[in-house]
Design a protein around this ligand. Sequence first.
Ligand code: 5GP
Length: 121
Amino acid sequence: MAYDNNNIFAKILRGEIPAKKIYEDDFAVAFHDISPQAPSHILVIPKGAYESMDDFTAGASPEEIAGLFRALGNVARQEKLDETGYRVISNCGINGGQEVPHLHLHLLGGRRLGRMVQPAA
Ligand code: 5GP
């Protein structure tokens, strides 16, 4: 599937819609999730046009892959989440429940997060 240039995170990257941005480097941007599921809920996204983790791991350069994960660690430490721990989630495709078609890492912390996966409904 072709990358959709009009997805909401592409618009945030281009500065067309606002976001509470807390970090940026050559490879990634991080901002607060609009609907936080934990006291700290940050989205870390690559600057490149990648739809999902599948797309990214198949097509991104080693520098882009390293850059995204370095950024994730930098953000976690910047926000002091390393001190008490955190969770990283990336939803991919239909079964993953992905809603926005630009790869994003959810960085969650600030409280004990409980079970990793809820039982099926
Ligand atoms: P997904 O379900 O695709 O893994 O997660 C998408 C996330 O993006 C959700 O947690 C949702 O709250 C967040 N989100 C959706 N629209 C916006 C927006 O316009 N701004 C921000 N900051 N977050 C958004």
